[in-house]
Write a protein that binds this ligand. Structure first.
Ligand code: BES
Ligand code: MN
Ligand code: ZN
Length: 497
């Protein structure tokens, strides 16, 4: 898809489909639509008066061969209330509208800037929304598959922006969106297609393509290092576990003195399927547990973007990957293991496996010399209960790091909400026979899980993102289905702050 920028007037834009954001509290006689007037008839006012389209967020209205304009079609897109309009709204309606129209080969698309939002941010949001809409989750359908093709997207704006600069930002947005789609595609793959070995191979391919260093630890190497919390989870599966470690280093030309921050570790939970193990999950919706690798895939997507965007900071990815299965060789409730950090864990629930593999991965990230650690994981059902499918839970031991993550989330259009890490939560995970146990009571479950992870990061600045509620699109009314790729864009933005 070619990306373009134009300062053309509404009536002058030559394109196959011209996206015109419309507000529900639109001034129907607004002079911005003067160009759409044909004699005494005002096309926009007419459509609004028909009540077939009211400008509400998510609505759209396609007008073929509109008079007086060069565009072949006008696509009115509901942008909601003008007062709360922002780049995230634009990204949202671009993705939902074009996902609904995915089967149509529009060719060239232009998006008309209605102002009110920073033009750079709006252009980027338009690119991201469009590219995310074009991802097709129906990979395994053998019929009726549309092959959407949009050859060009042009952002049309009269804002005072430098052409080169906005185009550069749009290219960056394209990378972010494509890497989000890369993560979505991996997450959507079922457990019979992606297991820890396959995930490791995908990481190797990615590293090769992006010029990143990679090291994949196998079972034997993990045993030598004493990563018994991770290995204990893996025991139940006939597929062996892997620990993927990738490294990005800034170009030698990038001056060290400009590098304010030490190495960052991105740690992602890579459970390729979570049955719960011996503490087996109920059948209801268990298929969704193929997405229990969403954290790992978000980190892979972020690394893919990082390799292209080249932030001036050293970055590691640490991805523990296992399959959590019940079997004759599986770990039992009550088992006690000694983790990589040396701390002992009583496993009271084999379905709380994410924190076990992350315990070893976090401790290993410290060992690798991380100055800051951000982990991302589909960790608890309790986080879904707390925040629903809107916000991811954010836990952090460090105010500065937390603030940078919150800002990254805002830039990315991915909502984060802070949850507590108070020491009182530790009581619940105290074990009678080991240093701690891996599950607490039901109420506050997201906090116990986070507190458990906290035990393994020592005094290193750390934040944990619980994405259990946001890894999949859950809005039945939205045409976006399957994995959301949540976290890719936030993590990449974070690398630049
Ligand atoms: N992968 C699940 C968490 C999850 C639940 C993700 C729903 C997405 C949607 C995790 O491994 C898990 O099973 N957590 C348990 C922990 C409990 C046993 C302490 C949970 O949340 O029920
Ligand atoms: Mn589980
Ligand atoms: Zn899990």
């Amino acid at each position: 898809m070619k990306l373009g920028f134009s300062r053309a007037k509404l009536e002058e834009v030559e394109t196959d489909v011209l996206v015109l954001p419309m507000f529900e509290d639109e001034d129907q006689t607004s002079s911005s639509f003067a160009a759409l007037k044909d004699g005494s008839e005002n096309l926009v006012a007419e459509v609004l008066q028909s009540r077939e389209f009211r400008g509400k967020l998510g609505e759209f209205y396609l007008i073929p061969r509109p008079p007086k304009v060069k565009a072949k079609r006008l696509l009115l897109c509901g942008a909601g209330k003008q007062r709360v309009y922002d780049a995230n709204t634009l990204r949202q309606f671009m993705s939902t509208t074009f996902a609904k129209l995915r089967q149509i080969n529009f060719g060239k698309v232009a998006v008309f800037d209605r102002g009110g939002v920073d033009a750079d941010a709006a252009a980027c949001a338009a690119v991201e929304g469009l590219i995310m809409a074009l991802y097709d989750p129906e990979e395994y359908k053998t019929s009726n598959r549309g092959t959407p093709r949009i050859s060009e997207m042009t952002f049309v704006s009269s804002a005072k922006v430098k052409r080169d600069r906005i185009l550069q930002k749009m290219e960056r947005a394209r990378i972010l969106a494509e890497c989000t789609n890369f993560a979505r595609h991996l997450i959507n793959q079922p457990g019979n297609i992606i297991n820890p070995l396959v995930l490791a191979q995908k990481a190797r391919d990615l590293a090769k393509e992006g010029g990143l260093k990679i090291d994949v630890l196998d079972e034997k190497q993990m045993r030598q290092k004493g990563m018994n919390a991770l290995l204990s989870v893996a025991k139940g599966s006939s597929v062996p576990p892997r620990l993927i470690v990738m490294r990005y280093r800034p170009l030698a030309g990038m001056k060290r003195k400009h590098r304010q921050r030490g190495p960052l570790a991105l740690v992602g939970k890579g459970v390729t399927f979570d049955t719960g193990g011996i503490s087996l999950k109920p059948a209801q919706s268990m298929e969704e547990m193929k997405a229990d690798k969403a954290g790992a895939c978000a980190v892979l997507g972020a690394m893919k973007a990082i390799a292209k965007l080249k932030p001036n900071r050293e970055i590691f990815a640490v991805i523990p990957s296992v399959e959590n299965m019940p079997s004759g060789t599986a770990q039992r409730p009550g088992d006690v293991v000694k983790s990589f950090s040396g701390k002992t864990i009583e496993i009271t629930n084999t379905d709380a496996e994410g924190r076990l593999i992350l315990a070893d991965a976090l401790a290993y990230a410290r060992r690798l010399g991380a100055a800051e650690i951000v982990d991302i994981a589909t960790l608890t059902g309790a986080c879904v209960v707390a925040l629903g499918h809107v916000c991811a839970g954010l836990f952090s031991s460090n105010g500065d790091l937390r603030d940078r993550l919150l800002e990254s989330g805002r830039r990315a259009g991915e909502k984060l909400w802070q949850l507590p890490l108070d020491d009182e939560y530790k009581k619940e995970i105290q074990s009678e026979i080991a240093d701690m146990k891996n599950s607490g009571g039901r109420p506050g479950g997201a906090c116990y899980a986070a507190k458990f992870l906290h035990e393994f990061v020592g005094d290193t600045a750390w934040a944990h993102l619980d994405i259990a509620g946001v890894d999949l699109f859950k809005d039945e009314t939205s045409p976006l289905k399957g994995a959301s790729g949540f976290g890719v864009r936030t993590l990449v933005e974070f690398c630049f702050l």
